[in-house]
Design a protein around this ligand. Structure first.
Ligand SMILES: [Zn+2]
Length: 342
């Protein structure tokens, strides 16, 4: 139980990183692949059977934003979330997958009881959300085109959500993965049945800074480590800087001894502000260079992976079933009102 809070904190810290992405990726590019879900494997082609779905019922939520608390429609809220979370230039099916992931995440968050059943617009806590005015400023001359795209993505998936065991899922997502997503337990410290490592083919040419390197001089290295642990910094010049590194099967760093003290891959990311834990390093004189692939915690749906799948002709259902295996697309109205502690 105590891990739940930690998990959310970690998840939201990571989500925060992702949420800031659109600001830097306005000209989004993309990519990725897929593994199936039960329905897809069973051969059910899940094209949106709109006529068979219950009419999207109105779901009212309470949104906490800088402007205060207000009641709003879930679907209206999601327009501002998808617009904040994914570049509007992405493929339609990727935007729909993002809408469903954001809807699921929101319903999970609300059902968890955070903010007494409300949700906030702070990316470091719940999900990013931008108002119409903020989007007009962000998109400028593209406002009409982009807002139409995002509204379509939300409307065409209206009321549809991912569930596991009848509950809305914790639909974590991230910007890009280096070939495979990461299992929840390796990042959040707790296994989640639908947040397991899956293949994620991504086009290095389409993802900004897919592979990045960052170099620290000896002084910068010392400063970064001292900001984390002043006692460890004293040991920078003694013995091995890194030892006993453990990597997951997805290639991400699970843990390493930094100046003799064990840290997780997530903590190492924070210490050195690395884009992901898919990292290797090499000494450069008395300093160090990190080589990093992808961006974000790597758990759940890769946004660039989703966009790649969409470019390959796959629909949003295939995308979400690939990244959240074992889940089901259900109407929001069928969800349990609360979620079990993870
Ligand atoms: Zn919040």
């Amino acid at each position: 139980m105590k891990n739940l809070g930690k998990m959310f904190v970690l998840a939201l810290l990571q989500v925060g990183v992702i949420i800031s992405l659109p600001l830097f990726m306005e000209k989004g590019e993309d990519i990725s692949p897929a593994l199936p879900s039960a329905a897809v494997m069973a051969g059910e082609k899940t094209e949106p059977q709109r006529s068979e779905l219950p009419q999207a019922e109105t779901t009212t939520i309470r949104l906490l934003s800088a402007e205060g608390e207000r009641e709003t429609e879930l679907e209206e809220y999601l327009f501002g979330v998808v617009a904040a979370e994914m570049p509007a230039s992405f493929e339609d099916e990727a935007l729909k997958a993002q809408a469903v992931a954001a809807r699921s995440y929101a319903m999970h968050r609300i059902a968890s009881g955070i903010h007494n059943g409300a949700i906030c617009s702070d990316y470091s806590c719940c999900q990013a959300w931008l108002s119409e005015d903020e989007l007009k400023e962000k998109w400028g001359a593209y406002y009409e085109i982009y807002s139409d795209k995002i509204r379509s993505a939300v409307n065409e998936t209206a009321g549809q959500c991912l569930a596991y065991g009848g509950e809305a899922i914790l639909a974590a997502f991230h910007s890009s993965s280096g070939g495979k997503t990461e299992s929840s337990e390796n990042v959040f410290g707790q296994a989640v049945p639908y947040l397991v490592s899956v293949e994620s083919r991504e086009d290095p040419e389409a993802v900004p800074d897919y592979v990045s390197s960052v170099e620290f001089t000896e002084d910068e290295l010392y400063a970064a480590i001292a900001a984390w642990d002043s006692e460890a910094a004293v040991r920078v010049s003694e013995g091995a800087l890194f030892s006993e590194a453990v990597f997951s099967t997805s290639g991400r760093l699970i843990s390493v001894k930094l100046c003799g003290e064990e840290v997780s891959g997530s903590v190492l990311r924070k210490i050195f502000a690395l884009r992901s834990a898919d990292v290797s390093w090499e000494r450069v004189g008395n300093g160090i260079r990190f080589i990093v692939t992808g961006y974000g915690h790597g758990v759940g749906m890769s946004q660039y992976g989703a966009n790649n799948m969409a470019k390959q002709g796959m629909g949003w259902q295939e995308i979400v079933y690939h990244y959240y295996p074992g889940t089901n697309i259900v109407p929001v109205s069928s969800l349990e009102e609360s979620v079990a502690a993870l």
